[in-house]
Design a protein around this ligand. Structure first.
Ligand SMILES: *[C@@H]1O[C@H](CO)[C@@H](O)[C@H](O)[C@H]1NC(C)=O
Ligand SMILES: *[C@@H]1O[C@H](CO)[C@@H](O)[C@H](O)[C@H]1NC(C)=O
Ligand SMILES: *[C@@H]1O[C@H](CO)[C@@H](O)[C@H](O)[C@H]1NC(C)=O
Ligand SMILES: *[C@@H]1O[C@H](CO)[C@@H](O)[C@H](O)[C@H]1NC(C)=O
Ligand SMILES: *[C@@H]1O[C@H](CO)[C@@H](O)[C@H](O)[C@H]1NC(C)=O
Ligand SMILES: *[C@@H]1O[C@H](CO)[C@@H](O)[C@H](O)[C@H]1NC(C)=O
Ligand SMILES: *[C@@H]1O[C@H](CO)[C@@H](O)[C@H](O)[C@H]1NC(C)=O
Ligand SMILES: *[C@@H]1O[C@H](CO)[C@@H](O)[C@H](O)[C@H]1NC(C)=O
Length: 323
């Protein structure tokens, strides 16, 4: 799925929400690339604010359908899933057991704000797990290894400090992983290596400061990586996307990155959206974006760029929509 499809999905979603809420289908709110609509009002916000755990839309729509209930982009999937079980009006739990204090619908388990200090024991058929807003500090080795059917895992707003090297081992079906709003200060090389199906990785609001490119080993399917406010001082080289060849949306806003050049971005050839807003970039060498032949949206706002070489954006002349 590339970015236009993804955006289409969000529009579709919003229309469906509208239709559901009001019983009418109004004109879609159109948002520029890299932004999403605030529910039923005609305001657009940057993509990285959606489901970030803070209310950004005046009507709260950015946090309304995510994480512990259903995510914007999940909405379509859920509707389809509901249709496919049409006639079955029960909304019961399909798992033999689930932890006290948690909720369960079908194979989705929700344990939000219940003061958990560790990952609870679950049935191996769980497909969706929200452990948002708890007090989990450590993810030990193999803690999710029984959950090979798990597709979405929400761990935002815990106190995660230490993620053991094999913590995500065995999550062969995982598509979305949310680790935002934690205290993670390093990612071991290969920590995501079983996550070959992962499409979304959210790491916003952590204190990573430095990062090895080996941390992303195995993420062949990753399309969306968000690392807003992670105290990053430099991007890993030789090349950031070496292990993420499918990456099409990269948000690195609010960090302390100073250096950007051709070799760092060389392997990011599928990128369509690149956000480097609010960093400390001083220079952008002429050939920096040369291998980004699909780039449509580039945000270099709020940096320290003093001059730009003549041909910096020339290679983007056919694709760039927004700068
Ligand atoms: C948006 O929806 C809310 C309820 O969900 C409603 O109160 C509000 O009037 C709606 N706004 C618009 C502009 O339709
Ligand atoms: C990108 O740049 C614009 C223009 O300065 C800014 O207002 C916007 O919030 C930025 N961020 C994203 C994620 O689009
Ligand atoms: C799907 O069904 C569940 C339970 O029956 C319900 O809570 C949920 O709102 C439905 N989702 C959609 C998108 O209709
Ligand atoms: C979690 O802990 C806080 C503070 O100790 C307490 O106020 C709250 O009721 C607890 N919540 C649950 C679900 O036990
Ligand atoms: C998981 O699902 C399979 C097939 O749907 C079923 O045979 C099995 O008993 C389930 N296992 C558990 C632990 O619920
Ligand atoms: C984060 O989790 C705490 C409980 O652990 C909760 O009180 C707080 O509201 C949560 N914050 C957000 C932004 O969800
Ligand atoms: C982030 O981590 C660095 C060391 O890696 C430490 O010096 C700094 O104080 C941390 N910042 C925060 C906000 O925790
Ligand atoms: C790009 O920057 C890195 C430092 O971040 C440096 O090691 C590398 O040599 C630079 N590459 C080029 C082509 O300037």
């Amino acid at each position: 799925m590339d970015v236009p499809v993804f955006i289409l999905l969000i529009h579709l979603t919003q229309t469906q929400i509208k239709a559901l809420v009001t019983g009418t289908v109004e004109d879609e709110v159109r948002c520029p690339l890299g932004e999403f609509p605030c529910g039923n009002i005609s305001q657009c916000l940057p993509q990285n604010l959606q489901c970030d755990g803070r209310t950004d839309c005046p009507n709260g729509a950015d946090e309304l359908l995510c994480g512990d209930n259903i995510g914007m982009a999940d909405f379509v999937g859920k509707t389809i899933q509901n249709k496919s079980v049409a006639g079955d009006s029960s909304s019961g739990c399909f798992l033999p057991t689930f932890p006290a204090g948690c909720g369960c619908i079908h194979t989705d388990v929700t344990c939000v704000k219940v003061n958990l200090t560790e990952v609870p024991l679950l049935s191996s058929n769980v497909t969706w797990l929200s452990l948002k807003s708890n007090r989990i500090r450590v993810l030990p080795d193999f803690v999710f290894s029984e959950y090979s059917a798990l597709e979405k895992l929400f761990l935002q707003n815990n106190s995660l400090q230490f993620i053991s090297k094999h913590a995500f081992s065995g999550l062969f079906s995982l598509k979305k992983l949310f680790l935002s709003e934690n205290l993670i200060n390093s990612l071991s090389p290969g920590v995501f290596k079983d996550l070959n199906q992962l499409e979304w990785l959210m790491l916003d609001h952590n204190n990573l400061s430095s990062l090895s490119h080996e941390a992303f080993l195995g993420l062949h399917s990753l399309m969306f990586l968000s690392m807003v406010h992670t105290s990053l001082q430099q991007l890993p080289h030789p090349s950031f996307c070496q292990h993420m060849p499918a990456l099409d949306w990269l948000d690195l806003g609010g960090n302390q990155i100073q250096i950007l050049n051709y070799s760092i971005l060389k392997t990011c050839s599928k990128l369509e959206v690149l956000v480097l807003e609010d960093n400390r970039i001083r220079e952008v060498p002429e050939n920096t974006f040369q291998s980004l032949w699909k780039l449509a949206d580039l945000n270099l706002s709020s940096n320290r760029i003093k001059k730009l070489p003549k041909n910096t954006f020339r290679s983007l002349s056919k694709t760039l929509v927004k700068l």
